[in-house]
Design a protein around this ligand. Structure first.
Ligand code: AMP
Length: 284
């Protein structure tokens, strides 16, 4: 696997490879786990050249403490990527991504998509996320971009951004990888205490409970009950919203849309976790 630190070197190699096949790109913030690796594997199977980036983007952290504590086990990440036969790891410094400084953000109009849920509780987060994904796409111009369902709202916003910018990159979605007990794999999980790690399974249990009851209960009731279930010692849910999978607007009942997703964010001790479950998808 090639490890590349500069935009210039990366573009040189990509330009060579582009003539001989498709390129696939997986942007990450590192602390890699099997969810990330599943996206690498998906890219390996659908494209000819797979590039993974590790960049802990400072502009998408609304909480400086979260940025400071974000895990950075780079040597281990490199080993995992080598094992997965990733072709290139792009590992840039901040100056390489933002040569003119990071404050000069391209502004996108995502309508209501970035105002709700994560957008409400993490002001500025999606501006920073869109800024870095757009910059990385500008550098790499990949044929396919692989992103996880785990970050459902992020996925929706990136899809909207691709439409707005008219980039010739196809967005491919990967399923959420989970621990055996159901907890969604996340780079943040290693920051949980062992007690909290065990209890964190309550998040996915609550999502499954919501799905089971989606046909019989009003969604407001489900959300209220879910928030109650998640409110316990050291747990602090921020939202439990049942939304339309395209507009991300809250719905009232199972009849309201063909595509319905329940999304949750919950603090477990000092770690903020997000997850989601598809309640209904009759779009195919
Ligand atoms: P991150 O490093 O957390 O920014 O995530 C990088 C990419 O991996 C994003 O597209 C995430 O949605 C995806 N990802 C994170 N966790 C999982 C998971 N448990 N299963 C599948 N994909 C994931």
């Amino acid at each position: 696997m090639l490890i590349i630190h500069t935009v210039e070197a990366l573009q040189k190699i990509i330009n060579e490879k582009k003539s001989s096949g498709l390129t696939g790109f997986i942007p990450t913030m590192g602390a890699l786990h099997s969810g990330h690796i599943s996206l690498i594997k998906q890219s390996k199977s659908e494209t000819d050249y797979t590039i993974c980036s590790i960049f802990v983007n400072p502009t998408q952290f609304n909480d400086p403490n979260d940025l400071k504590k974000y895990p950075r086990p780079v040597a281990h990440d490199i080993e995992i990527l080598e094992d997965a036969n990733c072709d290139v790891l792009f590992l840039p410094e901040v100056d390489e991504i933002y040569p003119n400084g990071s404050s000069d953000k391209k502004k996108f109009d995502f309508g209501q998509l970035d105002k709700v849920m994560e957008g409400f509780f993490r002001p500025g987060h999606f501006d920073g996320m869109a800024q870095v994904v757009d910059r990385l796409l500008e550098i790499l111009q990949p044929d396919k971009l692989f992103m996880g369902q785990k970050d459902f709202q992020q996925l929706t916003i990136v899809r909207a951004m691709l439409r707005l910018t008219g980039r010739n990159t196809e967005l491919v979605t990967g399923a959420t990888f989970r621990e055996k007990d159901g907890l969604a794999k996340s780079s943040r999980n290693i920051r949980l205490t062992s007690e909290h790690r065990k209890e964190a399974t309550l998040i996915y249990k609550t999502l499954k409970w919501a799905k089971k009851n989606a046909s019989s209960l009003n969604f407001d009731d489900i959300s209220l009950k879910a928030m109650k279930k998640l409110t316990r010692t050291d747990f602090k849910p921020e939202y439990f919203d049942i939304v339309d999978g395209i507009t991300l607007q809250k719905l009232n009942s199972i009849q309201d849309s063909d595509y319905i997703v329940a999304c949750v964010a919950c603090w477990v001790g000092e770690v903020r976790l997000i997850d989601n479950i598809i309640i209904k998808d009759e779009t195919e």
